[in-house]
Design a protein around this ligand. Structure first.
Ligand SMILES: C[S@@+](CC[C@H](N)C(=O)[O-])C[C@H]1O[C@@H](n2cnc3c(N)ncnc32)[C@H](O)[C@@H]1O
Length: 208
């Protein structure tokens, strides 16, 4: 795809993201979207996993900027899964995208693929539970990108009781991933916070 067409498609995705958000869909925040798309453009992952696809607009953008990549998505809602498939078609990336419709807690443990970029954006109360499986599923040199790790400021501060499971899961996730010497991890305060962990091989191991 020539750059002009790609840029026009990304601009179109940005418009659709605004509309989706206005309709109540929790699509990725703008600065986080730009960061993730730039990261993918730079790293050119061959295989991408997205946990929590929503209407598929981030996945479509990732496939547009990585023309040799394939994406596997997991989405619990049948209607959102159907909307994502429509969006993949609309941007001509549907042949490189597949979605498992169902609960990530059931699907992640039985995934057999290996990925170069894993975008974790599904149920926040399960991040810690998913971490060992996602680590196994990530190729060396690959990146695990987890969104919402500040969770409305509740991770650094107090959280209402109803969010205590999410707070605990994200705290445990951040603690585990930042201590794990197989990862080089950086946590960003941008928007709702995101965490970028690169899987190291034995020769360049050593977290900062
Ligand atoms: C924050 S949204 C994802 C936004 C999307 N990644 C993007 O970039 O615009 C979270 C999504 O996770 C889905 N989800 C929630 N619980 C899930 C579960 N247990 N398994 C799979 N998907 C789930 C929701 O339906 C929702 O679409």
């Amino acid at each position: 795809m020539v750059d002009g067409t790609k840029n026009a498609s990304i601009n179109q995705i940005k418009i659709l993201r605004t509309q989706a958000r206005a309709a109540g869909n929790p699509v990725l925040r703008d600065g986080t979207f730009d960061f993730l798309v730039s990261l993918a453009e730079k790293k050119r992952p061959r295989k991408i996993l997205e946990v929590g696809v929503n209407v598929g607009l981030t996945g479509a953008a990732l496939l547009l900027v990585c023309p040799d990549s394939a994406l596997t998505g997991i989405e619990i809602s049948e209607s959102l899964s159907a909307a994502a498939k429509e969006n993949y078609k609309r941007f001509g990336v549907d042949s490189r995208a597949k979605i498992f419709t169902g609960d990530a807690s059931a699907i992640i443990p039985v995934l057999t693929g290996k990925y170069d970029l894993i975008f974790l954006d599904g149920p926040k109360g399960h991040y810690y539970e998913y971490l060992p499986y996602l680590k196994d599923a990530l190729n060396v040199g690959g990146v695990l990108f987890a969104d919402d790790v500040a969770f409305h400021g509740y991770i650094k501060g107090d959280a209402p009781r109803k969010h205590s499971t999410i707070k605990r899961s994200i705290e445990n996730y951040l603690s585990a991933v930042t201590r794990d010497k197989d990862f080089l991890t950086r946590v960003y305060d941008t928007e709702d916070g995101f965490c970028v962990s690169e899987k190291l091989d034995g020769s360049n191991r050593g977290n900062t």
